[in-house]
Design a protein around this ligand. Structure first.
Ligand SMILES: [Fe+2]
Length: 161
């Protein structure tokens, strides 16, 4: 099995994703299920190719699949899903076969994807995840547009090509 298939088969991954799906059944705002995770993976990989960033495809897909894995803990315990997600992701990545350097890089990107540090390198994995996560949201066709907490300037009002 590939490292990505190992993540999909991981019991901790499946448990968190299932709890996120349950918690979001009636949610009118952005969801964090497998569709979103794969959108972020594919957008990240496209940017990676377009901008010749040079990140490994499995690194990108693992990062995207795990970036919101702490969401249910944010719903259940009020903790930051970024921080919690980075911690949960570490064990899953190790079990999936990623080496320590990749684990560190991916977990750091997950922990930092809420907002970018000043001067963040635009060719970093942190920046790539942040950008792809935001680009993945179709605000222009969202029924909850008016009550969404996102600042007006951050909403995707169209499709950037
Ligand atoms: Fe996300």
């Amino acid at each position: 099995m590939s490292k990505i298939d190992n993540i999909l088969a991981n019991a901790t991954f499946k448990e968190h994703l299932s709890r996120i799906n349950e918690a979001e059944i009636d949610r009118i705002y952005c969801l964090h299920g497998i569709e979103h995770l794969l959108d972020v993976a594919r957008i990240s990989y496209i940017i990676n190719l377009e901008e010749s960033l040079g990140f490994d495809k499995e690194t990108i897909y693992a990062m995207a699949l795990l970036h919101d894995i702490g969401r249910n803990l944010e719903y259940e315990k009020g903790v930051s899903h970024h921080e919690a997600g980075g911690d949960i992701a570490l064990g899953i990545l190790r079990d999936a076969g990623f080496d320590e350097a990749d684990c560190r890089l991916i977990c750091q990107a997950i922990k930092n994807h809420k907002e970018l540090k000043k001067g963040e390198d635009k060719r970093s994995l942190n920046y790539l995840l942040f950008k792809a996560d935001k680009l993945s949201r179709n605000c222009f066709s969202c029924k909850a547009y008016d009550s969404c907490y996102w600042e007006e300037s951050k909403k995707n009002k169209g499709i950037t090509v």
